[in-house]
Write a protein that binds this ligand. Structure first.
Ligand code: TMP
Ligand code: MG
Length: 214
């Protein structure tokens, strides 16, 4: 195959509302890979450790005001500044597990009233995940879990709007989107995600180089 004897790493993304269990599940999947001795890296967006991420962090903690359009572009630029290293890791055989990606970028900004396809445009061409696990929680479960902090967007009104945007079929188009019921026991959810991951690993497409998001 294109990759010679070594298989490339896989790229998995976790998406969902705040408090939907993304961090828990993404870290459990990372642990599953590392216990099996497969090279793996966990990462997240926003990546607050880069200079662009530092500006995003100030914005989220309400210490910086920016127009919605500008911060949308910063979130996207924050992915672009990591894109090269993601591709290099995948090529080197390391699986990447990522807590949020471009799908959050679109859902959160569109929830603020920005045009949906305008929101999608800046992320076109980024490495496309092999699987996106979208953790669903309904409004009641969300409310029960929601001891929200005071970051921007961490309020019930915004979460309800984001929930609506995540339902838009344009997010799911041309990607391997997997809906996961996030209201169950965390081990049950993890087992379901694990078997989806193993199924994706078997697919031929994994022999191909990483693709770009369209
Ligand atoms: P976090 O809680 O996962 O650290 O993400 C911080 C907030 O940023 C969260 O409310 C979702 C939001 N967000 C965007 O608005 N656009 C993006 O592109 C990403 C990755 C996150
Ligand atoms: Mg948060």
């Amino acid at each position: 195959p294109i990759w010679g004897s070594a298989q490339r790493g896989l790229f998995f993304v976790f998406e969902g509302l705040d408090r939907s269990g993304k961090s828990t599940q993404s870290k459990k999947l990372e642990e599953y890979f590392s216990k099996a001795g497969r090279p793996v890296k966990w990462t997240c967006f926003p990546n607050r450790k880069t200079p662009i991420g530092a500006a995003i962090d100030l914005y989220l903690r309400r210490q910086l005001e920016l127009p919605d359009e500008a911060v949308h572009r910063l979130f996207s630029a924050n992915r672009w500044e990591m894109a090269q290293s993601i591709v290099e890791d995948l090529r080197a055989g390391t699986t990447i597990i990522c807590d949020r990606y471009a799908f959050s970028g679109v859902a959160y900004s569109a929830a603020k009233g920005l045009d949906f396809s305008w929101c999608q445009a800046p992320d076109r061409g980024l490495p496309c995940p092999d699987g996106i696990f979208f953790l669903h929680i309904d409004e009641k479960v969300g409310a029960a879990r929601s001891n929200f902090g005071d970051e921007r967007y961490e309020n019930a009104e915004m979460q309800a709007r984001v929930r609506g945007q995540f339902k838009d079929p344009r997010l799911r188009a041309n990607v391997n989107w997997q809906d996961v019921n996030g209201a169950r026991d965390m081990e049950v959810i993890h087992a379901e995600i694990r078997s989806a991951v193993e199924a994706i690993r078997q697919e031929d497409q994994v022999q191909l180089p990483w693709q770009q998001c369209s």
